[in-house]
Design a protein around this ligand. Sequence first.
Ligand SMILES: [Zn+2]
Length: 252
Amino acid sequence: MLSESIHGGLRFFLDEDLLSAGFLGAFTTRLDLSRRLKEDPARAAEDRLLVTGALGLPPLSLVFAEQVHKDRVAVVKESDIGAGSIPSKPPLAESDALVTAQEGIPLVILTADCVPIALVDQEAGVCAAVHAGWRGTLTKIVGGAVQAMVRLGARPARIQAWIGPAIGPCCYEVGSELFTRFAERFVVPPPTGDDERLDLREINEGTLRDSGVPAENIESLGLCTACEDDTFYSWRARRDAGRQGLIVARLR
Ligand SMILES: [Zn+2]
């Protein structure tokens, strides 16, 4: 079960049982893991080192993706370790979900309002980190990640999913055109008056269930980044340039 947890002096939301089983699925709080805080570029590198240190991961091992709000899933290999961390290694090109069956490869997804999702099949030793903003939610990238895991030996019925901090329906009012696109593709609650809102976390939960992941295997943290903007970065609430991270890895 996801709970707030301090590791190495840093605040995370993670599943301690999963950690005991040898898998990491950790959501960071306000500590910028992106390189977007342009006023101080060295700061992101330092914050990344704090996180790897706190979680007992080798420095410069984190694997980042060039997130482009599309539906490409990258299968990550040992040679990709440090992509986006080591200065000579760029982040994995045009990918919004990272999947691996190998141990010791920490997959990272960066968000501020978008939905971060961790997926693990403990028995198969396959894990994934998924970035689902509205575009990724609409194109069902989390379903694509489940399929990629299955190709690596996972079974949907065994996959566990953790949905992290993301903007909630309380704060995610959208335009009519976007609302209609979702309403055509998903079961979404009808708008109350002129107020058209989307619950991206719940829509992703539905896609996971449609992909064969049992409802009882899906846990949602249920915290809204815009409401909890003292804890998380939020683009909507604060126009934050920083990004929190989801880090997923098979540790042994
Ligand atoms: Zn909210």
